[in-house]
Write a protein that binds this ligand. Structure first.
Ligand SMILES: NC(=O)c1ccc[n+]([C@@H]2O[C@H](COP(=O)([O-])OP(=O)(O)OC[C@H]3O[C@@H](n4cnc5c(N)ncnc54)[C@H](OP(=O)(O)O)[C@@H]3O)[C@@H](O)[C@H]2O)c1
Length: 328
């Protein structure tokens, strides 16, 4: 019987790349998420029956235990950017991560990989970073040999970073950002997946790894790169943090008064707190080099999925060559 890995949040942006890679390694894959009916796209990652989406809520002991039973390895990719209903930062990123580690240890799982984030710190001001820090501590207390991966902002076909800003360029001549000077080190989702696979296979020493791509750039610089790829000119306007807090408060209120029916996917006050801090690999941290992985440059990948935001979408190249014809 081939080995079995349970990937909590394996239907999410990063989790699906890990699921695909584990299937390629020949493992059976349980993709544990709340809405398996929306995760059927993971099934063709392997032969029929090899990759199965299953219903689970990491806020519940019995649900998590049933997902872990019989598994050789566990990966936790569940995270939230916004507290919504019972899926709060605490419940998911701190308690949920600890629950998975505790039950993985109890069920005799051999390897555990926890996806955290750069900036994870139990004393951080933002709830996102604080609960990521608390989650890491809970994981290490229950499963000391865990491999913890802290990516910077993750990019790739389904990302909600470049895709979101590129979509905004269609709305008007101004591109508003918060924290234009804040520096990031974007990392490709599949590179994070490679690192996770090393952790699952026991090829990574236990401990914390910070994962950043080969380039560090400010948010303004990243917007410039994106604008070049989508072939549009937009004025990148920095929103001061004070104003951003007020805007975030407004969107948070809309979510609050509608009892979460209208989810704040634009800007939360918690995100404004995070955007004050650089999101880059810290000096001396273990990273891709220690895992024998060469991270991928943005230039190699951004055109592959941002072309659809160009003024003529997939026809941009044809339009360009037609311009040359007109000149001739
Ligand atoms: N994306 C980034 O730029 C980035 C950067 C740094 C760190 N990270 C971290 O990397 C991890 C993966 O991020 P992502 O962007 O892939 O997130 P994502 O796309 O939002 O995926 C989250 C996954 O978690 C599942 N989930 C949410 N709540 C759950 C619950 N209570 N019980 C079970 N499953 C639940 C979701 O499926 P259902 O909704 O069906 O349950 C989904 O599969 C997270 O820990 C995140 O904090 C991401």
């Amino acid at each position: 019987m081939s080995k079995l890995v349970t990937i909590f949040g394996g239907s999410g942006f990063v989790g699906r790349y890990i699921a695909r890679r584990m299937a390629k390694e020949g493992w059976r894959v349980r993709v544990a998420c709340r809405r398996p009916n929306e995760a059927l796209f993971v099934k063709p990652y392997g032969v029929p029956g090899q990759v199965e989406p299953l219903a689970c809520n990491i806020r519940d002991d019995a649900s998590v235990r049933s997902m872990i039973r019989g598994a050789d390895a566990v990966v936790n990719c569940v995270g939230v950017l916004n507290s919504l209903g019972a899926n709060t930062f605490e419940a998911v990123q701190a308690e949920g991560a600890g629950r998975i580690a505790r039950l993985a240890a109890a069920e005799g799982v051999q390897t555990l990989v926890q996806i955290s984030a750069i900036g994870a710190d139990a004393s951080a001001a933002s709830d996102y970073a604080r609960t990521k820090g608390e989650g890491e501590a809970a994981v290490l207390a229950a499963f000391p040999s865990a491999v913890i991966l802290r990516p910077s902002v993750v990019f790739g076909t389904e990302d909600s970073f470049f895709n979101r800003f590129a979509a905004m360029t269609r709305l008007g001549p101004i591109l508003p950002v918060v924290g234009a000077k804040t520096r990031f080190q974007p990392v490709l989702a599949d590179d994070v997946a490679q690192a996770a696979v090393k952790g699952v296979l026991g090829q990574a020493a236990p401990g914390i790894y910070e994962l950043g791509g080969p380039e560090v750039d400010s948010l303004r610089g990243l917007m410039g790169r994106m604008l070049t790829v989508v072939q549009r000119r937009r004025a990148v306007v920095n929103m001061p943090f004070v104003l951003a807090r007020i805007v975030g408060f407004g969107f948070d209120m809309v979510q609050g008064v509608t009892l979460g029916l209208v989810e704040n996917k634009v800007l939360t006050r918690d995100q404004v707190k995070s955007l004050r801090h650089d999101n880059v690999v810290s000096a001396g941290a273990r990273g891709f080099a220690d895992l024998g992985i060469t991270p991928t440059a943005m230039e190699a990948v951004l055109p592959e999925y941002l072309w659809r935001y160009r003024p003529s979408g997939q026809y941009a190249a044809i339009m360009d060559s037609a311009k040359n014809l007109k000149k001739a």
